[in-house]
Design a protein around this ligand. Structure first.
Ligand SMILES: [Zn+2]
Length: 395
C-alpha cells in the first residue's frame, strides 16, 4: 500500500516560483517533459501529462503545459515516473558508480555495506562527488564487504569504531548493514547482528540484513530486528530462507512484516534468489516492499543489467506497472528518512524523473542460478532528469 504524501513546503515553493515571474508574462520553465504517460503512485496519477521543472524542482504536472522551456524532452509513447530509488546498491564503491547507475534512471541510491569503518570516508567522498543522491549503510565489519566474507573474525565487528565512523559521516550514513549468510558470517551471524544494532542505536538508524543460507534460522534472526529495519535478499533459497519445508512463508516472517520490518528484493548475482522461491512467495501474496539491484559496475553483464530490468521481472509475475513503479520509487523513499522528498513528482519536490519505455516482445530474465524465465514486457531506461537537469543518455 502506498500512502499519499503531501509536502508542507510545496505551497511555499510554488509561491516562490510565481513571485519570480514578471507580471503578465507566461511562465518559463527550465525543462518540460512533454506528453508522456505519467505514473506516480505517490500521487495516484496514471495519465498523459506534461511535467515542468524550474529551479531544480517539480513546478507543475498538468495536461498540455503551453509555457516556454529552455529544454524539452519528448516523452510521447513513454512512461514518466519519479526518479528510481535503489536501496541496495554498491554504487559508492568507486567514483564511476553513481554516474553509471544514473543512466539507468537511478536518481537516488543506498550503497549497502561496501564500506565499514575503515573505508567509509572514501565512500562518503564517492557519493558526494556523484550527480545523484547517494547515501551509505556502514558495514558492521570494519573492512566492509570482503572477499571470503567479512564476519568470520568477529573482532572486525567493532561497535565503537562503527559509531565513530557514523558520527564523522552523519550527513551520508543512514544505516548499518550486516551480511548474515554462512559464507560471510557462519556461526557469528546473531552476534554480528546484535553489534549492528548496538552501533545504530545511539543514532536511531535502521539496520539492513542480508539473509539466506545463514547458520541461524529466521526465527532466531528476526527477533533481533526492530521496526524500520530491512531484510534484503528476501527470496534467498534454503537453507534458512523465509519459506518452511513445505514452501509456505514462515509465520515469523509474516509477523515481522506486520510489526514494520521491510522486505527488499535485492537481485544480486549469486545465491540471492531463484524463480521457485519468487513464485511461491508471490502466489502467497508475499511481494517485496521494495526492489533493489545489489548493483555494481559489472551489473550490465549479469542478470541485473539495470534497475528497470529488475522491475520487469515482477511485471512477469503479474504486478501492475503502478505496483512495480511504487516499489522502485515511493516505497523506497518511505524506508529511509533521507529520501522522504524523493520518489515523487509532487510539486516542490526535487526534480528527479525517470523516462522509461515499456517494450512488448519476448524477454529472457535470469535468477542467480542461471534459471531463465521469459516475460512479455520489459522496461528500458531512455532518459533521466536529476535535480532538474537532463542526464547524459546511456551509450
Ligand atoms: Zn549487496
Amino acid at each position: 500500500m502506498v500512502t499519499r504524501r503531501r509536502f508542507l513546503y510545496s505551497a511555499a515553493a510554488g509561491a516562490a516560483m510565481l513571485s519570480r515571474m514578471p507580471q503578465g508574462l507566461a511562465a518559463t520553465y527550465d525543462l518540460i517533459v512533454k506528453g508522456g504517460r505519467v505514473i506516480d503512485p505517490s500521487l495516484g496519477i496514471d495519465a498523459v501529462r506534461d511535467v515542468a521543472v524550474a529551479g531544480g524542482r517539480i513546478a507543475a504536472v498538468e495536461e498540455n503545459i503551453a509555457a516556454d522551456a529552455t529544454e524539452t524532452i519528448d516523452a510521447r509513447g513513454k512512461i514518466v515516473a519519479p526518479g528510481l530509488v535503489d536501496i541496495h546498491s554498491h554504487a559508492a564503491r568507486t567514483k564511476e558508480g553513481p554516474p553509471l547507475c544514473l543512466l539507468d534512471g537511478v536518481t537516488a541510491f543506498v550503497d549497502a555495506g561496501s564500506f565499514g569503518a575503515d573505508g567509509i570516508d572514501q565512500g562518503a567522498a564517492n557519493v558526494k562527488a556523484g550527480p545523484n543522491l547517494g547515501r551509505l549503510l556502514i558495514n558492521i565489519a570494519r573492512t566492509g564487504v570482503a572477499p571470503g566474507g567479512e564476519l568470520h573474525d568477529l573482532s572486525r565487528a567493532d561497535v565503537s569504531l562503527a559509531r565513530g565512523a557514523i558520527a564523522r559521516n552523519r550527513d551520508v550514513v543512514i544505516g548499518v548493514k550486516a551480511r548474515l549468510s554462512n559464507n560471510v558470517a557462519d556461526v557469528n551471524d546473531l552476534e554480528a547482528l546484535r553489534r549492528a544494532q548496538e552501533a545504530a542505536a545511539p543514532f536511531d538508524l535502521p539496520v539492513m540484513i542480508h539473509i539466506g543460507q545463514s547458520y541461524s534460522p529466521m526465527r532466531a534472526i528476526l527477533p533481533l530486528l526492530k521496526r524500520g529495519d530491512i531484510v534484503t535478499h528476501m527470496y534467498a533459497p534454503a537453507p534458512n530462507g523465509i519459506l518452511d519445508d513445505n514452501g509456505r512463508v514462515l509465520p515469523e516472517v509474516l509477523a515481522a512484516r506486520r510489526r514494520g520490518i521491510w522486505f527488499d528484493f535485492g537481485n544480486g548475482v549469486a545465491d540471492h534468489f531463484n524463480w521457485d522461491v519468487v513464485e511461491r512467495c508471490m502466489k502467497q501474496g508475499f511481494a517485496p516492499d521494495t526492489f533493489s539491484t545489489d548493483w555494481n559496475t559489472m551489473s550490465r553483464t549479469t542478470g541485473v543489467i539495470d534497475f528497470p530490468n529488475v522491475m520487469s521481472k515482477f511485471l512477469m509475475f503479474g504486478m501492475s506497472l503502478d505496483q512495480v513503479i511504487a516499489r522502485a520509487t515511493v516505497n523506497a523513499a518511505r524506508v529511509f528518512q533521507a529520501f522522504s522528498d524523493r520518489g515523487t513528482l509532487n510539486v516542490g519536490a526535487p526534480a528527479d524523473i525517470a523516462v522509461l519505455e515499456l517494450r512488448e516482445g519476448s524477454f529472457e530474465f535470469l535468477d542467480n542460478y542461471q534459471g531463465k524465465r521469459t516475460g512479455r514486457q520489459r522496461l528500458f531506461p531512455v532518459a533521466t532528469v536529476v535535480g532538474g537537469k537532463k542526464a547524459p543518455a546511456r551509450a
